[in-house]
Design a protein around this ligand. Structure first.
Ligand SMILES: NC(=O)c1ccc[n+]([C@@H]2O[C@H](COP(=O)([O-])OP(=O)(O)OC[C@H]3O[C@@H](n4cnc5c(N)ncnc54)[C@H](OP(=O)(O)O)[C@@H]3O)[C@@H](O)[C@H]2O)c1
Length: 332
């Protein structure tokens, strides 16, 4: 496992972090807790020092499982050496927030304080390493009052670092906040299909020494190359919606083109999960990639990507051609 510096916060974090959404158990179909615990233990044994979770992942269940594993190792759910990033959802309303929503109404100060206390309990921690707002709208950059509450909580010693997870449709929306030095980290979708953050967000993060957490590096599994257009997702797996209708067949068609590019390259190894992870790691602004992991096998395969050589410039360049702007219906 290789390690990188986490922006201005300076933590030494593993290139591969543990994405802990699926182990929450409520959005990816059936997930056995023993399997989740084993996957997390294996990832930590393989050198993972960064875990990403959220309050909404199983309504605290993901956080509680993480606390359990860290306790076995004599650690709390905050304060290091294994760093845990969690997220606070906005108070009731539309997700992602609407342009007319008011920041102080979706993330009121009392609510944020109460939510921080909730994570301190669920993670069994005295201090939270990194608290992220789970979503955002560009409209709030004019008056980001929620970040003032977080700054206060930092001064009080409840949290060590402040971050925001991008809204999927507007990934470059956090650049103004980074330029104003209001964020320690950003969490962003960056993968072989979704390359838009390379336009602005990643560069600004690098300039302002902001930690970058890359999520959804497999496009929810498709970029591992394991789906066919007949794939059926289990009851309760959110991917029944994400890959609904024509979307799965179109995704598989494009994944096969990605596979072809990898197979005809000079790079080794050529397995798709490892290439997908190393594509994201190739950008120097990236601090940590957090593939979701549900099994021991997935933990082993995903951690191994950091031990392999970085992608060659030639393959990296060739993969950039697979950018897929899914919001653009005028595209061929
Ligand atoms: N808004 C936000 O802030 C937000 C949103 C999404 C995710 N996240 C964070 O980012 C993390 C990663 O995103 P994600 O989990 O949604 O998507 P992802 O990393 O693109 O995909 C993860 C899924 O791919 C499959 N997989 C993992 N490793 C594999 C391997 N080596 N070979 C084959 N299949 C493999 C697993 O599902 P199956 O085995 O069932 O296929 C796993 O759950 C999350 O866990 C969460 O911490 C944050």
């Amino acid at each position: 496992m290789r390690y990188r510096t986490f922006g201005r916060i300076g933590w030494n974090v593993s290139e591969i972090g543990f994405g802990a959404w699926a182990i929450g158990g409520d959005a990816w179909g059936h997930q056995d807790d023993n399997e989740s615990l084993a996957a997390l233990r294996r990832a930590l044994d393989l050198g993972v020092t960064f875990i990403d979770t959220a309050q909404v992942y199983g309504n605290g269940h993901s956080e509680q499982l993480i606390a359990r594993v860290l306790k076995e190792r004599g650690q709390r759910g905050g304060g290091g050496p294994i760093r845990v990033a969690t997220k606070i959802p906005p108070a009731n309303g539309v997700w992602p927030p609407l342009p007319d929503d008011v920041c102080g109404e979706r993330y009121p100060a009392d609510y944020l304080r109460q939510r921080v206390e909730q994570s301190l309990r669920d993670l069994d921690a005295e201090v939270l390493d990194l608290v992220q707002l789970h979503t955002w709208t560009r409209a709030w950059n004019r008056d980001p009052v929620a970040l003032e509450t977080f700054q206060q909580l930092k001064k009080e010693g409840k949290i060590l670092a402040i971050g925001i997870s991008t809204p999927e449709h507007d990934q470059n929306s956090l650049t103004g906040l980074m330029r104003a030095d209001l964020l320690d980290s950003v969490q962003v979708i960056y993968n072989i299909f979704e390359q838009e953050p390379a336009a602005e967000l990643l560069h600004v993060a690098q300039q302002h020494n902001v930690g970058v957490i890359v999520r959804v590096v497999f496009d929810e599994g498709s970029l591992t190359g394991k789906f066919t257009s007949e794939a059926a997702f289990a009851e309760g797996d959110f991917r029944r919606g994400y890959f609904r209708g024509e979307r799965l067949a179109e995704t598989v068609r494009r994944v096969e083109q990605v596979r072809e590019t990898i197979q005809t390259s000079q790079d080794d190894p050529k397995d798709m999960p490892s290439v997908a992870i190393r594509f994201a790691l190739k950008h120097p602004a990236v601090s940590v990639v957090i593939p979701g992991m549900r099994t021991v096998k997935q933990a082993e395969l995903n951690c191994a990507a950091s031990d392999q050589d970085p992608l060659s410039d030639a393959l990296h360049q060739a993969l950039k051609a697979h950018i897929w702007r899914r919001a653009d219906w005028y595209q061929d």
